[in-house]
Design a protein around this ligand. Structure first.
Ligand code: ATP
Length: 263
């Protein structure tokens, strides 16, 4: 079976995520997509996060009804604690899942291009790119050349090859560089983002068209996102941070010492 990991903060999961997952499932004949909410994603350490179990519950509600999709506990707090990790790393997640799959199963990693652009800064990017093929969901302003130039230096194409990639039709392409195989998934153009959902929720606005009825209902009942301002928004700009607490999670505070093994 073809299997994919779809990682993110999913704070909350929205219809853009589902559109990407459906398009990937169809094009790559994916029998399973594991949506893996990250407990403390290294690239978002500065952003307040809704507690893990609320994000997990919303995923369970959003994914019910599609046989191919399931919420995954691969980065649950208990798993990280058992492995003495304070943050989740994709390389660990991929290896954790790989250990549970049959040898003939093929593993993919599904991700949006904005997140993929940082891959060179992730932990063990070369190993990660060797472990699974990547499916990068594009957004309109990105091209395959940009995907290629985001790769770790060892895999980055030279200037001539980058020019050639920029000339190619960029919505349905596959790039092979060294051991890395990267597919560009270009047919989804959903403008929804979790940031937008949180902003509307903060104002008590209807969310059904962005997250579906079940997740909208959950957000309303739990009063999620009502009181928390986004970092950088007018409500938090200029407000002094609490001493010793750089990261405020919605629900709990994380001490800077917890980020020591950041990639
Ligand atoms: P935020 O607005 O909080 O940054 P987000 O909407 O980007 O959140 P994430 O949970 O960070 O959601 O996204 C998980 C993955 O899905 C990332 O790889 C991201 O690039 C991708 N993604 C999210 N929304 C879309 C979208 N509308 N189209 C394509 N990819 C998306």
């Amino acid at each position: 079976m073809n299997v994919a990991i779809y990682g993110g903060t999913f704070d909350p999961v929205h219809l853009g995520h589902l559109a990407v997952a459906r398009a990937a499932a169809e094009r790559f004949k994916l029998g399973r997509i594991y949506f893996v909410p990250a407990e403390v994603p290294p690239h978002k350490l500065q952003q307040p996060l809704t507690p893990y179990y609320h994000r997990y519950a919303m995923l369970a509600l959003a994914l019910a009804g599609d046989q191919r999709f399931l919420p995954s506990l691969l980065e649950a707090p208990e798993i990280l604690q058992a492995e003495h990790r304070f943050a989740s790393y994709s390389i660990d997640t991929v290896r954790r899942l790989r250990a549970r799959l049959a040898k003939r199963d093929k593993l993919f990693f599904l991700i949006g291009i904005d997140a993929f652009k940082d891959i060179a800064k992730w932990r063990s990017p070369l190993e990660l790119l060797r472990e699974c093929e990547f499916i990068v969901a594009s957004r309109p302003q990105y091209s395959l050349a940009e995907v290629a130039l985001s790769l770790p230096e060892e895999l980055r194409p030279n200037a001539e090859m980058a020019r050639e990639l920029a000339r190619r039709r960029h919505d349905e392409n596959t790039l092979k560089l060294g051991d890395a195989v990267i597919h560009l998934l270009g047919q989804v153009h959903s403008p929804v983002s979790a940031t937008k959902v949180r902003a509307l929720a903060r104002g008590g606005r209807p969310l059904e068209t962005l997250v579906g009825p079940a997740v909208a209902d959950y957000i309303r009942k739990e009063r999620l996102y009502r009181a928390v301002a986004e970092p950088g928004s007018p409500e938090v700009k200029g407000r002094p941070q609490r001493a010793g607490l750089r990261i405020i999670s919605r629900g709990r505070a994380l001490h800077p010492a917890q980020h020591r093994d950041k990639a």
